[in-house]
Design a protein around this ligand. Structure first.
Ligand SMILES: Nc1ncnc2c1ncn2[C@@H]1O[C@H](COP(=O)(O)OP(=O)(O)OP(=O)(O)O)[C@@H](O)[C@H]1O
Ligand SMILES: [Mg+2]
Length: 352
C-alpha cells in the first residue's frame, strides 16, 4: 500500500476537520475513527448523547459502543469516499450502559490504513422533540394570524378602559390608600395587557423572547403578588435558596407560569392548593406548578398542547399552547403528570 505524502496528509486532516465542522452541528454527534475503528475525535454533542466525557471515548473502539454491530457494519459498508452513507437507525450504548437509538451516517475520508471514518448521528429522542417543535410552531403560526386579528379588536376597548381607570385614579386622590393601591394594580395589569396585545400585533405571530440572564424568583414573587385565586383555593410558593441564573424573558415567562397557575386554580372545585416550587435537576432549573385539582384524564393528555383544545365553556384553549411555545423559545421543556382526583403537576425545565 502506498504511503500518502505530507501534502496529501494535511489535505486529509483538513477534509476531516471540514467534515467534522460542517456535519457536526449543535444537535449532531460526531465521532471520527481510524481505519481500525479506534475513536480519535468527538464533538460536544457526541459526548452529550453518549453521556461520556471525550477523554473517555478517545481510544475506545467504536464497536464497543455498538451493541448490535451487524447494523453498524451495514452502515459502515456504505460509507463512500465522496459522500455520506444514508442515515440508518443504530443502537449506541452510553457510558452508563443505557441504550440509545440514533440516526447515523458515515463518511470515509482517505484510503487504506490512513482512512478516517466520520460518524454523524442524532439522538432519535432529540429528533422527535425537534419534529414536535416544528409542528407546534406551524400550528401556532396559523393561530398567530387569527390572534393578531383578535388583538386588534381588543386594543380599542383596552385603551378606553385604561383611560377611564386613570380618570378614576385622579378622582380618588385624597381617598383611602387601599382604594388607590387597588387602582394602581389594575393599571399595572392593564399595561401588561397592552404590552402583550401590542407585541402580538407588531409581529402578527407569537412574540419572540428577549432572553437575558436572571433569576426566576422575582418573576414568581411578582406573579404570586398579583394572582389571587378565588377563595378557598390557596396559592403557595416554595423556592429553593440561591437558585441559579437562567436565560429568560421575564414578561413571557411570567405569562407562561400564570397560564399554568390559573389552570391549576381552575381545576380545583372547592378547597385545594396550587404550589409553585423550584429546584434543580441535572443542568436544568425546574419550576413545578403542583395543584390538588381534579386531574386530567389519560385520553385527554395528548391533546393538551393543541391550540384551541379546551374543556371549559369560556376557555380559548390557547393557554397551554402558548405556554409550551414560550418554554420552547427558552430552549426548555414542559412536562405534565396527572392523577385523576388527586391533581396535576406541570414541570418546566430551563437550561442553566
Ligand atoms: N392543571 C390542570 N388540571 C386539570 N386540567 C387541566 C389543567 N391544565 C389544563 N387542563 C386542561 O387542559 C385544557 C387546555 O388548557 P389551556 O390552558 O390550553 O386552555 P383553557 O384553560 O381551557 O383556556 P384558557 O387558557 O384560554 O382560559 C383545559 O381546558 C383543561 O381541560
Ligand atoms: Mg388555561
Amino acid at each position: 500500500m502506498n504511503k500518502p505524502n505530507p501534502t496529501e496528509k494535511s489535505e486529509q486532516a483538513a477534509a476531516i476537520r471540514d467534515a467534522v465542522e460542517c456535519m457536526g452541528c449543535m444537535h449532531e454527534g460526531t465521532i471520527v475513527t481510524d481505519s481500525e475503528g479506534m475513536v480519535t475525535e468527538t464533538n460536544l454533542a457526541a459526548d452529550r448523547i453518549l453521556e461520556a466525557p471525550s477523554m473517555s471515548l478517545k481510544g475506545t473502539n467504536i464497536r464497543a459502543l455498538c451493541p448490535v454491530s451487524s447494523v453498524y457494519d451495514e452502515v459502515l459498508r456504505h460509507a463512500g469516499g465522496d459522500r455520506r452513507s444514508l442515515n440508518r437507525p443504530v443502537i449506541l450504548q452510553t457510558h452508563g450502559g443505557k441504550r440509545k437509538l440514533v440516526n447515523m451516517s458515515i463518511q470515509r475520508v482517505g484510503e487504506g490504513i490512513e482512512a478516517r471514518f466520520v460518524h454523524v448521528f442524532q439522538d432519535c429522542a432529540d429528533l422527535r422533540t425537534m419534529e414536535e417543535r416544528l409542528l407546534q410552531s406551524e400550528r401556532l403560526a396559523t393561530v398567530g394570524k387569527f390572534a393578531s386579528q383578535i388583538a386588534h379588536e381588543i386594543r380599542n376597548p383596552l385603551s378606553s378602559i385604561s383611560l377611564n381607570v386613570e380618570l378614576l385614579e385622579d378622582e380618588l386622590r385624597g381617598q383611602s390608600s387601599e382604594a388607590r393601591s387597588l387602582i394602581r394594580s389594575v393599571l399595572r395589569e392593564l399595561d401588561r395587557l397592552n404590552d402583550i396585545v401590542g407585541e402580538y400585533l407588531q409581529f402578527s405571530r407569537f412574540p419572540k423572547p428577549h432572553l437575558s440572564r436572571g433569576h426566576v424568583d422575582s418573576v414568581i414573587h411578582e406573579l404570586a403578588g398579583s394572582f389571587k385565586p378565588k377563595a378557598p383555593v390557596k396559592l403557595e410558593i416554595s423556592l429553593m435558596s440561591d437558585s441559579p441564573e437562567v436565560w429568560l424573558d421575564e414578561r413571557l415567562l411570567r405569562q407562561a407560569l400564570e397560564n399554568l397557575v390559573r389552570n391549576g386554580a381552575e381545576a380545583i372545585e372547592n378547597e385545594g392548593t396550587v404550589r409553585i416550587e423550584t429546584d434543580t435537576v441535572d443542568r436544568f432549573l425546574v419550576i413545578r406548578i403542583v395543584d390538588t385539582g381534579r386531574g386530567i384524564p389519560a385520553e385527554v393528555q395528548p391533546k393538551l398542547f393543541e391550540p384551541f383544545f379546551t374543556t371549559k365553556p369560556q376557555g380559548t384553549g390557547l393557554g397551554l399552547a402558548t405556554t409550551q411555545q414560550i418554554i420552547f423559545e427558552h430552549n426548555g421543556h414542559l412536562l405534565v403528570e396527572s392523577e385523576l382526583g388527586k391533581g396535576t403537576t406541570f414541570t418546566t425545565l430551563l437550561p442553566i
